[in-house]
Design a protein around this ligand. Structure first.
Ligand SMILES: [Fe+2]
Ligand SMILES: [Fe+2]
Length: 495
């Protein structure tokens, strides 16, 4: 048995000590190898030496996602594997947790930056501070301050665990200046430049980014996934009729012949948060609700969702209107509130954010999907010129691309509320095939390297608040993705 396992490792070019694998049961190793393939082998070159720590970490993850599937066996039908989700941690938080949180972010992103062109010779900040003037240096640090000097240059303060250093970007280096101008606080970047007196005169900025030319994955069979978000059941502005039209379409009762043919191949529906309008989310909300009890809002949501064809997998994460803490990562919407939803055999409930793999089988490795409701989008649309001028609320895909290039869902402190801990869960460690968001009530689609970015529309007509701040929501749209061709069709269920 052990030999068979060793063979499975060798086949992948993974070197491992035979005494480590004794905890792995070959009968239950599918999930283990799936996680190994997606987390390590897509990033690292073979031969890869698998340490016992990494082995245990993957084993633990594979057991967690395995249990999820075994306790609710029907969930395995469409082959949904939860790659990343979060446990609720209610321990009292201290300053130490903040320090650990940012240190963990720094380490993870440093791992992505190291080895990039011009960052091979990175040194720690305290060593850079001891370099002679005019010497070339490269450092990686978290941006703890950014401002424009009297002379109209940009001055950054970069921090790493050894210290902090000032970095000057001269206004005469136009492209570099613009790049620096659009940096955000608390993101982790690499810089190169020459040393001055305790300051680096930068000539290059390097973001963690994403590979531009990676091949876009395609399925062998014609199968579809649909993206929705921001349903807002319970609001007087919830577009029930339009939503029912969508549900009827999933049952083959709506649309033209071609659409009816396609819908038979629809296997996955993602709902990226704000299932209900919630209670007490903003002052005076009760005047805009027609269901005043949160449980009743979820019952109504479930009543609608359970009409969806039962062989379609429905994958759900919460948003800021849902009945979970607003601080991220947000836990799953609780079973007590939504028992009937949890009980639906084709529903998978996730945390926010979360990453799942769908549609893998013997022949294909499936697609990794990152879901994040998108609470932080407001901050970047309001504070970063490149994002605001690139389309702001009308083009959420610009903000999504911006965040993907930072490899973080909400880098700046204050762009979302978060629970600090040993790990910063909002780092985008592995590039997904799809990156899904919602929250801004405007549909958006774009491609960034191998990743398709999709922002859901909404099922709530314009609220007085949105009218006041000038938002124009886009309602009743569904992005339908053909996983074989990777073409996307935006369907309109509006009147
Ligand atoms: Fe929403
Ligand atoms: Fe939202």
């Amino acid at each position: 048995m052990n030999e068979k396992l060793i063979h499975l490792f060798l086949k992948r070019g993974v070197l491992i000590s035979p005494n480590i694998v004794k905890d792995l049961d070959i009968e239950k190793s599918d999930n283990f190898f799936k996680i190994l393939d997606s987390e390590i082998l897509s990033k690292e070159k073979s031969p890869y030496l698998l340490s016992s720590e990494k082995f245990n970490e993957i084993l633990k993850k594979s057991i967690i996602s395995d249990n999820e599937m075994h306790s609710e066996p029907l969930k395995n039908k469409g082959n949904i594997i939860i790659l990343k989700e979060y446990q609720e941690n209610t321990d009292k938080k201290t300053v130490k947790d903040f320090t650990a949180h940012y240190k963990n972010r720094y380490e993870k992103l440093k791992g992505l930056l190291q080895g990039k062109r011009n960052l091979q010779n990175v040194i720690s900040i305290n060593r850079a501070l001891n370099k002679k003037q005019r010497e070339e240096v490269s450092v990686i640090g978290l941006i703890s301050d950014k401002h424009i000097t009297k002379n109209k240059n940009i001055l950054l303060k970069l921090e790493d665990p050894t210290g902090s250093i000032s970095v000057l970007i001269n206004q005469n280096k136009e492209d570099l200046f613009e790049e620096a101008y659009n940096l955000t606080l608390d993101e982790v970047i690499g810089i190169t430049g020459s040393m001055g007196n305790k300051i680096v005169f930068s000539n290059e900025l390097i973001l963690p980014g994403y590979p531009i030319h990676n091949e876009i994955k395609k399925s062998n069979e014609e199968v579809y996934m649909a993206v929705l978000s921001d349903i807002h059941v319970g609001s007087t502005m919830f577009l029930e009729e339009e939503f029912k039209k969508f549900i009827n379409w999933t049952k083959g009762n709506e649309g033209n012949e071609e659409q009816k043919k396609i819908v038979k191949k629809l296997k996955y529906i993602f709902i990226v948060g704000d299932l209900v309008d919630g209670i007490g989310i903003y002052p005076g909300q009760e005047d805009e609700l027609n269901i005043l009890d949160i449980k009743d809002q979820y019952s109504k949501f479930t009543e609608l969702i359970k009409e969806i064809r039962p062989d379609i997998n429905i994958i759900i994460c919460p948003g800021n209107h849902d009945a979970v803490r607003i601080a991220e990562p947000q836990p799953k919407i609780s079973k007590e509130l939504t028992k009937s939803l949890w009980d639906l055999p084709n529903v998978t409930m996730l945390t926010n954010p979360a990453t799942v793999n769908i549609h893998s089988n013997e022949k294909e490795e499936g697609f990794d999907i990152l879901l994040y409701h998108g609470y932080s989008l407001d901050y970047y649309i309001n504070n970063i010129d490149k994002v605001r001028n690139g389309g702001g609320y009308d083009k959420p895909e610009v903000a999504m691309k911006y965040l993907l290039s930072k490899r973080h869902l909400a880098p700046s402190h204050g762009s979302s509320l978060f629970i600090p801990g040993k790990e910063d869960h909002l780092v985008i460690e592995k590039i997904p095939d799809f990156f899904l968001m919602g929250h801004v009530h405007k549909s958006g689609i774009d491609q960034a390297g191998k990743t398709t970015l999709i922002c859901g529309s909404c099922w709530q007509s314009i609220t007085p608040f949105q009218e006041k701040v000038g938002h124009k929501p886009e309602t009743s749209k569904v992005q339908l993705v053909n996983l074989q061709t990777r073409k996307i069709k935006v369907m309109n269920f509006g009147k």
